[in-house]
Design a protein around this ligand. Structure first.
Ligand code: C2E
Ligand code: CA
Ligand code: CA
Length: 285
């Protein structure tokens, strides 16, 4: 976006170049501050993981969580993952950071198993950079052994845009993940070059319909058609469907009516610290 702005400014005259130069330099300063802060964020205990419940629509029970990373920086305050994850990716710091998140997830799964739960999954987000440059298969094997946690309690969330990059290698990694017994969810479905073709080609267990469709669901007939078609096709392929970002009861009712399997969203619960949400597991909301 900055580059577009720069090019536009160049065409528009000198004053605007000044204006955009300033905003670009502010942006660069911010990215630099994030990059610098991230370098010590793990060792300074500034990173932590929150968990958002996933709710089975049929009976309104919580059957698992998605792990979402948070950063409370001493210098910058709370920084959104939408802002710092891209920086972590471009510097490859996402590799140690992603490993930290994965280990946190294993610890929490262990805790739930110790408390007698046995029918749940905890999902963890993965970046393309982690697939490409780090040995995530070894990380999984290490944590499975270290925490003595069966892999079936873990789910990996990936995005379709990630699969478009260096496609074959990433699919090979996905197959390895699957062969460990870990399930795979395709996140943000509908935001990229969503193609039903993926669904037949990829080793996907779960499809997550992006929040933008859920928002449009009640006002836009076309969105309703698309969502209904996605659900129907997914079910025919044996894929479970999760709707993301559900905030209203009407959305819940509609999604239930079209046989969506699971929902996630503020309507049921915001992402929260593990100790606050773990009591919801198995409960009816
Ligand atoms: P995502 O994986 O699509 O996660 C869903 C985002 O939607 C989360 O934002 C969540 O807090 C938010 N959300 C959930 N329910 C609702 C709702 O009802 N309404 C609204 N408005 N938002 C809702 P968050 O936590 O800010 O994370 C943003 C993105 O950052 C994630 O999108 C994911 O792409 C990335 N991310 C977060 N944690 C990690 C991580 O550990 N590793 C990687 N690689 N990426 C992560
Ligand atoms: Ca996700
Ligand atoms: Ca998503």
């Amino acid at each position: 976006m900055s580059l577009c702005a720069l090019y536009r400014a160049k065409n528009d005259g000198k004053d605007e170049i000044q204006f955009f130069d300033n905003s670009i330099s502010t942006e660069i300063d911010r990215v630099y501050a994030i990059e610098k802060g991230l370098r010590t964020a793990i060792s300074d205990n500034e990173l932590y993981v929150v968990f958002q419940p996933k709710v089975v629509l049929q009976d309104s029970t919580v059957n698992g969580f998605e792990a979402l990373l948070r950063w409370k920086s001493k210098e910058l305050g709370n920084v959104s993952p939408m802002e710092f994850i891209p920086v972590a990716e471009s510097t490859r710091m996402i590799i140690p950071i992603g490993r930290f998140v994965l280990e946190e997830v294993f610890k929490k799964v262990k805790n739930l198993l110790n408390e007698g739960h046995d029918d749940f999954k905890v999902a963890v987000n993965f970046s393309e950079v982690q697939f490409r440059y780090s040995n995530i298969i070894d990380d999984f094997k290490t944590f499975i052994k270290k925490y003595n946690v069966p892999s079936k309690y873990i789910e990996v969330e990936i995005t379709e845009s990630m699969l478009m990059k260096t496609c074959d290698e990433n699919i090979e990694q996905l197959n390895k993940i699957k062969s460990l017994g870990i399930s795979v969810a395709l996140d943000d479905f509908g935001t990229g070059y969503s193609s039903f073709n993926y669904l037949t080609k990829l080793p996907i267990d779960v499809l997550k319909i992006d929040r933008s469709f859920v928002i449009d669901l009640l006002n836009d007939k076309k969105s309703r058609c698309i969502v209904e078609a996605i659900i129907e096709l997914s079910h025919e392929l044996g894929i479970n469907v999760v709707a993301e970002g559900v905030e209203e009861e009407k959305q819940v009712e509609y999604l239930k009516g079209i046989l969506c399997d699971v929902v996630q969203g503020y309507y049921y619960s915001k992402p929260d610290e593990f100790n606050n949400v773990k009591k919801l597991l198995g409960r009816k909301l």
